[in-house]
Design a protein around this ligand. Sequence first.
Ligand code: HEC
Length: 111
Amino acid sequence: MVKFLLIFISLTILSLTTADAAIYKGQRVFIKKCLKCHKTGQNFVSKYKVRQWKKLMKKKGKPLAELHLKNKKAKKSWKYFKSKRYTKKSKHLRQFLIEYAKDSGNVPACN
Ligand code: HEC
């Protein structure tokens, strides 16, 4: 029984830290890639609801990429949104965006 409990606890801790790591990675992507245009940063993220971010970030972030690719004002981001790096990290970005969305109830610790 004790053994079982220990396994259970360590699994819980493990899954918690991997979720945190994804959010952290997503935050780094955001700071590096999105902040130069969306200067309000975390405020920008919390302008949208969880549901809206989920919609933008489905299919590896395709809707978000398309939105930028259609907009000439976002031309400087085209290279990034077309790159493999974007789709590869979109999962982390998604986690981060959802974590800090308007109705998530979380307040970011960094600023
Ligand atoms: C080169 C500049 C640039 C970069 C880099 C960029 N964006 Fe944008 N983004 C824009 C522009 C321009 C718009 C169109 C809205 C506007 O006209 O203000 C836009 C629109 C959006 C919108 C739609 C909401 C709105 O305000 O209409 C979201 C959501 C968004 N960007 C998220 C992101 C995320 C997340 C990243 C990083 C992965 C990112 N953007 C990177 C320039 C950029």
